[in-house]
Ligand binder design. Sequence first.
Ligand code: ATP
Length: 238
Amino acid sequence: MSNTLLKISGLEVAYGGINAVKGIDLEVREGELVSLIGSNGAGKTTTMKAITGLQPVRNGDIQFLGKSIRGKGAWDIAREGLVMIPEGRGIFTRMTIIENLQMGAFLRKDKAAVAEDLERMLQLFPRLQERRSQLAGTMSGGEQQMLAMARGLMARPRLLLLDEPSMGLSPIMVDKIFEVVQDVHQRGMTLLLVEQNASRALSIADRGYVMESGVMTMQGEAGSMLADPRVRAAYLGE
Ligand code: ATP
């Protein structure tokens, strides 16, 4: 049994008087790709924000590597190796591709390894190599998503959270993004993927969770969830 990297128990998050997350449990083990699916407004992004210290926790606990990170600041959490690529990507549009990648590694002190990783990212994402000196804002949405992924990887995270990486992309770019996520996972990265594209997200995952109106309604091995008639009816349009 591999190590548990992230363990969420009884997590509650609220915006003022509105409970967006109502006591959820979730676990990610080392080396896993876990997909969190659910329709609009289910509370997925709020959960991600709570994990990364961007939204206060009302109740429950979040443990990373066996220690509670509840109440810690976003910087401290990132420094421990928990990195999020947010919905909307959050790249620096007025910086070049290379500068964006360097920003991803700004918490690292191992300069030689950072330089190596930079080269590795440019190999992994040939499009970024071609456009390395251009401003990130000039790239297409799909290319910017690639850059956001590469920048996240530059931090050498222990756990990478991806919030809706396929959102707003053309079908071809969606294919590419899922290919890259799968590839990164096969190279050993542990990932928690939030997606509305349930069938794609489950088809590349080890395990999955379904969230609805702030609660977890289903969880299990991704393959069996994909075959589950309830999942197929609610999320795969059958
Ligand atoms: P989406 O896929 O649309 O991002 P989601 O599953 O990520 O959906 P959340 O964005 O986490 O859902 O939203 C959960 C609930 O919290 C929704 O009812 C939403 O309206 C509410 N909510 C989100 N952000 C805020 C905010 N800043 N202030 C008040 N309510 C919010």
